[in-house]
Structures are given as C-alpha cells and as structure tokens.
Design a protein around this ligand. Structure first.
Ligand SMILES: CC(C)(COP(=O)(O)OP(=O)(O)OC[C@H]1O[C@@H](n2cnc3c(N)ncnc32)[C@H](O)[C@@H]1OP(=O)(O)O)[C@@H](O)C(=O)NCCC(=O)NCCS
Length: 162
C-alpha cells in the first residue's frame, strides 16, 4: 500500500453536495440518482450513521457512509476519486468503519454491490467480504446486486450476545 498523507474524519454538513456528486458519478453511474445532497445531509446528521471522508488539506479524496442497526452495520456508500485509487484509501476507510463497528459490538457488516462492478467485488473480497446472494433487479429493476457480508465475530460469540 502506498504511504497515505490524508486525514480521515467525520464528514461536515457542507460536504453533502460533493459527496452526493461522488455517489452519482462513481457509485450510481447509469442508474437513477438516489443519493442526492439532502439524503446525504440526513445521513451525516443521523445519530446511527457515520459518514467519513479521507482528505488531503481541504480536498476530499474518498468517502464512505455506514448505518448502525441493532446487530449489524450496513455499508451504504464507498468511493475513492479515480485519480487516488489503488493507493490504500478505500481500505483505510473500511478499516476505520470496521473498527467502529467492532467497538459497537456489531456481528457483521453487510453491503450491496452491482454485480457488474468487478473491481469493487475484488476489493471487498480482498478485505474478507463474501458474496451472500444475488438480488435480481435490485437497482432500478434492471440491474442485479450481490449482497456481501463480513463477519466481525464467530457464531459462538454472536450467540452469547445479550
Ligand atoms: C472500490 C473502490 C472504493 C476501491 O478503492 P481504492 O481506494 O482504490 O482501494 P484500495 O487502494 O484501498 O485497495 C485495497 C485492495 O483492494 C483490491 N482492489 C482495489 N481496487 C481493485 C481493482 N480495481 N481490481 C482488483 N482489486 C482491487 C486490491 O487487493 C487492493 O490492494 P492492493 O492495492 O494492495 O493490490 C474504488 O475502486 C471505487 O471508488 N470504485 C467506484 C465506486 C464503487 O464501486 N464503490 C463500491 C460500491 S459502493
């Protein structure tokens, strides 16, 4: 992994427009734009969500958003700007989120990814995420998704949870 000279921290309210555009261009490209600025702002402000950015000085290079449920976390969004890819930023954001999920005692992290997005699928597989099922027509009724899961504790540990 290349040496990172970025700061990872919580997104600010004012980031919602840029993050929504990153989602539109790099995550939802070719699909109906669902993650618009107002929805990103709600996520940034929601107590059960974390939205984080990787920045160099003021410039956002990558971001991620995850929601916390009682037993698991759902990774909603993750993108690195094309010019900063394969330098370890996606992994750094994922490690940050996984650490926060572990501290919260979550059993697993779940996400959906477009079946055609082989780069992201390889990225998640390299980080210990496994394909669970295929959801036909998940995106706008015309593109399939894979759900992927990363377990944070063993079945035995999960069974002992209160
Ligand atoms: C998927 C994505 C977030 C990865 O971000 P990144 O910053 O490039 O990832 P990293 O540099 O941390 O990669 C970590 C590891 O993942 C794997 N990986 C990353 N990109 C890959 C690719 N295009 N093909 C194969 N493996 C890849 C590699 O094993 C890599 O380790 P290495 O660099 O030591 O070989 C990025 O490609 C992206 O933004 N894609 C568009 C948006 C998207 O698809 N988001 C995910 C769906 S929500």
């Amino acid at each position: 992994m290349a040496t990172l000279n970025v700061q990872i921290g919580f997104a600010k309210n004012a980031d919602c427009v840029e993050l929504a555009k990153l989602s539109r261009d790099y995550i939802e490209s070719g699909l109906h734009w669902r993650w618009k600025p107002a929805r990103l702002l709600k996520l940034i402000q929601h107590p059960d969500c974390v939205v984080i950015t990787a920045r160099q000085e003021l410039s956002i290079q990558a971001f991620a958003a995850m929601e916390f449920y009682p037993r698991h976390c759902h990774l909603n969004l993750l993108a690195t700007k094309p010019e900063f890819r394969q330098q370890g930023l996606g992994e750094a954001l994922l490690l940050w989120l996984e650490a926060s999920a572990r501290i919260a005692g979550q059993e697993f992290i779940k996400l959906e990814v477009r079946c055609q997005n082989t780069a992201a699928i390889r990225f998640y597989e390299s980080r210990g995420y496994a394909i669970q099922e295929q959801c036909v027509g998940y995106y706008d009724g015309r593109e399939d998704a894979f759900t992927m899961v990363h377990r944070l504790m063993s079945d035995e540990q999960a069974a002992q949870r209160p």
